[in-house]
Design a protein around this ligand. Structure first.
Ligand code: IFM
Length: 443
């Protein structure tokens, strides 16, 4: 597979790959780790399409040295992983579990030894089950617990982690986990899930302060964005587009960048106490942008509980997840963020970008994934176009290093640059791994 030469990027541009703890680590009961909401959810019948769990996942907990070698071989300058809160605090409160922190210390030191910057996400959805039992993110106290956890991690790793990311995709955790019930913890509150937004953002702001007190490394949040494409041109369609945009793209960014909350259904201002918006707007050094596809929106039918309707976006190739492959959406999004937030916008790093395809080894044991190469080429070019248009983008991370456990889809969706045979845990770099190394990273 050949693609036209890839563009050059500014020197110091950060090329990386991303993963998350529950999706790759396995070792669910090892070394004092407590249960998380994803253990509970995955073990509940009918929740995961293939009935699998993350109990073993990619067994990264035991094979991290092999995975660090894969990162070094890829030539990336950064690796974004997440820390499992229930490894550090098995019940979400109290003293740190030394064995849990010890694992991340070995990982961080292994990365630094190979010249790879550790980029640590503190919360990628695996809330300790004991905190969920006390109300989870519906409970304001969880924001305080999160800051205490951030302090424990930073006390141990603050001198070595190169970029902190507080939360991963708080919109997805709110909407799929608490609005629609398809992710853990499986609540179906629709717009009554708003407290989950406010308490995550509050936890983010409190964690920023905790991290700053222990570490001089930059701090970010990783938000999921999906630019809106209107599927109609009536006033009602336009109003629906504005409503969806506020919910998906602005709810977790306007307050973070000091603009307060946009108008969204269910927003209960009684929850917002004096001073909260200042805590939430504590300056961040980087805005993490996770992008997969745009969303096509039109006006909702009469009587719908939602103020918009999501319809399939046509005219694009599709991934195995049936998501449209739309690199122009990434360029548009980056320009939109710049136009929307102006001087308030910190430098952006694309903290996730990737695609699922049904990859498997051929007769020679090689894994060819030309669609992924085309996908990444398009998205890397889109970032270059945004930089040329004046947007400050300083990094790009592929989701994901490894095929892994894709939440409610279990093992059925493969996003990795490296194929994983889940029966043997054998890792096989796909053709996209060599392409990304040779054509993009060019170490
Ligand atoms: O696998 C997820 C990841 O955990 C969060 N962002 C989207 C990815 C693909 O669905």
């Amino acid at each position: 597979m050949t693609t036209a030469p890839m563009p050059d990027f500014p020197s110091g541009f950060r090329w990386g790959v991303s993963t998350s703890a529950y999706q790759i680590e396995g070792a669910a009961g090892a070394d004092g780790r407590g249960p998380s909401i994803w253990d509970t959810f995955a073990h509940s019948p009918g929740r995961i399409v293939d009935g699998s769990t993350g109990d073993e996942a990619c067994d990264h907990y035991h094979r991290y040295a092999e995975d660090v070698a894969l990162l070094a071989g890829l030539g990336v300058s950064a690796y974004r992983f997440s820390i499992a809160w229930p490894r550090v605090q098995p019940t979400g409160t109290g003293a740190a579990n030394p064995a849990g922190l010890g694992f991340y210390e070995r990982l961080v030191d292994g990365l630094l030894d190979r010249g790879v910057d550790p980029v640590a996400t503190l919360f990628h959805w695996d809330l300790p089950q004991a905190l969920e039992d006390a109300g989870g993110w519906l409970n304001r106290g969880t924001a305080d617990r999160f800051a205490e956890y951030a302090d424990l991690v930073a006390a141990r790793l603050g001198d070595r982690v190169k970029l902190w990311i507080t939360l991963n995709e708080p919109f997805i955790h709110m909407s799929l986990g608490h609005g629609m019930g398809v992710h853990a913890p499986g609540r179906m509150l629709l717009f009554d899930a708003f407290p989950v937004a406010h308490h995550q953002l509050l936890g983010h702001g409190l964690a920023v302060a905790a991290l700053r007190a222990r570490s001089t490394s930059p701090v970010a949040i990783a938000n999921n964005y999906s630019p809106v494409r209107l599927a109609g041109d009536t006033d009602a369609d336009r109003a629906a587009g504005v409503a969806y945009d506020a919910l998906h793209n602005r709810l977790f960014t306007d307050p973070l960048l000091g603009q307060g909350y946009p108008e969204v259904p269910g927003l209960d201002s009684a929850l917002i106490r004096a001073g909260d918006l200042d805590v939430i707007a504590a300056p961040v050094d980087v805005l993490g942008v996770n992008y997969y596809n745009p969303t096509s929106i039109r006006a909702a039918e009469e009587g719908s509980p939602l103020p918009f309707e999501i319809v399939p976006l046509t005219g694009y190739p599709r991934t195995a997840f049936d998501w449209p492959v739309a690199p122009d959406g990434l360029r548009d999004l980056l320009l939109q963020l710049r136009d929307r937030y102006g001087d308030r916008l910190p430098p952006i790093q694309v903290t996730e970008s990737g695609c699922a395809y049904d990859d498997g080894p051929d007769a020679d044991g090689r894994v060819h994934d030309p669609e992924r190469i085309a996908y990444l080429a398009g998205h890397v070019r889109a970032v270059r176009e945004a930089i040329d248009a004046g947007v400050e983008v300083t990094g790009y991370f592929v989701w994901s290093l490894l095929d892994n456990w894709e939440w409610a889809e279990g093992f059925t969706k493969r996003f990795g640059l490296v194929h994983v045979d889940y029966a043997t845990q054998r890792r096989t770099p796909k053709s996209s791994y060599a392409w990304f190394r040779d054509q993009v990273v060019r170490p």
